[in-house]
Each structure stands twice: as structure tokens, then as C-alpha cells.
Design a protein around this ligand. Sequence first.
Ligand SMILES: Nc1ncnc2c1ncn2[C@@H]1O[C@H](COP(=O)(O)OP(=O)(O)OP(=O)(O)O)[C@@H](O)[C@H]1O
Length: 249
Amino acid sequence: MTGELRADGVHAGYDGTPVLRGVGVVVPPGATTALTGASGSGKTTLARVLTGLHSPARGVVTIGGRPPRRGEIAMLFQSPRRGVDPRWTLERIVGEPLLLRGVRRAQRRRAVAAAAERVALTPDLLARRPHQVSDGQLQRACLARALVQEPRYLVCDEMTSMLDPATTAFLVGVLREQAAQGTGVLAISHDHDLVAAWADTVVDLAALATTPATTTPATAGPAATSPDLPESPLPRGAMSHRARSGHTR
Ligand SMILES: Nc1ncnc2c1ncn2[C@@H]1O[C@H](COP(=O)(O)OP(=O)(O)OP(=O)(O)O)[C@@H](O)[C@H]1O
């Protein structure tokens, strides 16, 4: 598909311990793809590779066949507090990507106000600092910060797992609207009910590695790979398609 975000043949790990072995994934624009998988299987690692936060030992990440450009992929994390400056107001946090791009103050304020409205952050909340708001309110600010960038892709790593059902449903609704407007969303979650309601396609990480499993346990020993193996990005049966339920809106 034109303009899709994809990882091909990704091998990645930490300190010589492999986590991902020949993983490929495709995230199409204008849809929500959910990534599930066992704890510790490497979902976050794959998300970090896709967003450029972790360099793979091998493999490539592309959008429409070329390397992603700065600002094209935004990431949302499980814990919003770890990704914000505690001294800043929510308004400054939301506007930070535009500040970095050199967008003028008046335009920045308009963009921040529009994004804040989409995530139901009132001016009163925008004036507060992270310690003065709830996790859900701060996660809404982080989503607004991602939206002001107008990214082509959004990678959400367990972004609702600390939130109550009402806030989760609200944020999922905003993200589904965003996907309907053309953004490709990759949603990582353990919650099978949530991804069934949220995503158009569900992908299990265990099905994405094109390198055949060996008798070596996944968490020990050197990478069980052969450089000669063909690595198609998406093995047959790796994805299951779900109908949109729409009940998160
Ligand atoms: N910075 C790090 N240094 C060393 N090992 C790491 C690091 N981050 C993750 N790992 C290890 O890499 C493996 C994959 O971790 P990752 O967080 O990608 O898995 P996950 O599927 O997202 O897990 P979970 O569902 O529990 O969040 C785990 O064994 C983890 O302990």
C-alpha cells in the first residue's frame, strides 16, 4: 500500500541478547493495527525500532519505501509522567513539538488550543503542571502533543493501561477519528477485548518473526538466525482482520 509504515527483517536486542529476530510488520495509513504478544516478547522494542528510539542490529524501517522523516511518527507511552518535563505547564508540553519546529507563538497557540479541544483539555487544565493533573489528564495532554505534530503514524505503547475505562474509551475514540482522517495507528496492548474493539487488524508478535524458531529458548543464547534466510515482512497468517465495532466512540 502506498505510504505504509513498515519494518522489514528487524533484528534487535540489548547488550548482545537478541529480542527480535527477523521481524517484519506493516502499518497501513488510515487504519488501526494492534500488536499483541506475550510479556517480554519484544513489542516495546519493536515500537522503539519503528520510532527510531532503538537502532536495530539489522533490518530497515520505511514509510512508502524511504526512511521516515522527522516528525512523521509520534509515540505515546504507558506512563505519561516519564515523557514530560515536570516543570512545564500542560500548554507548553502540548506545544513543545511546534516550538522545536520554530512555529510562531500565535500559530502555536491556535494549534495547541485545537488539539486540547480534541482531547477535552480545558484552559484550566492546560495552565497546570503535571503534578497537578491525573494520569488520564496527562495522557490526554501527551496525545494532544502528538496530534499537534500531525504525524502520519502514531505508535501507542500500552497507552491506556494505567487509565480507567471511561478515559480509555475516550482516547480510543480520538485515535479512531485520527485513523479515519488518514493516520496509521499501531496500538500495542495486552487487552484483547480492547484491541478487538479498537483495531481493524490484530497482529501477534509471535507470528511476525520470519526466522524459524529453534530449540534455543527465546531469552537465552545468541540470535537463532541465518543471514541466508529469506525475510518476507509479513508471514502468512500473521494478521487477523476484525470488523470495526465502533463502540468505543
Ligand atoms: N533497556 C533494556 N536493556 C536490557 N534489556 C531490555 C531493555 N528493555 C527491554 N529489555 C528486555 O527485552 C525483552 C523485550 O522487552 P520488551 O519491553 O520489548 O517486551 P514487551 O513485549 O513490550 O513486554 P511487556 O508486554 O511486558 O511490556 C525483555 O526480555 C526485556 O527484559
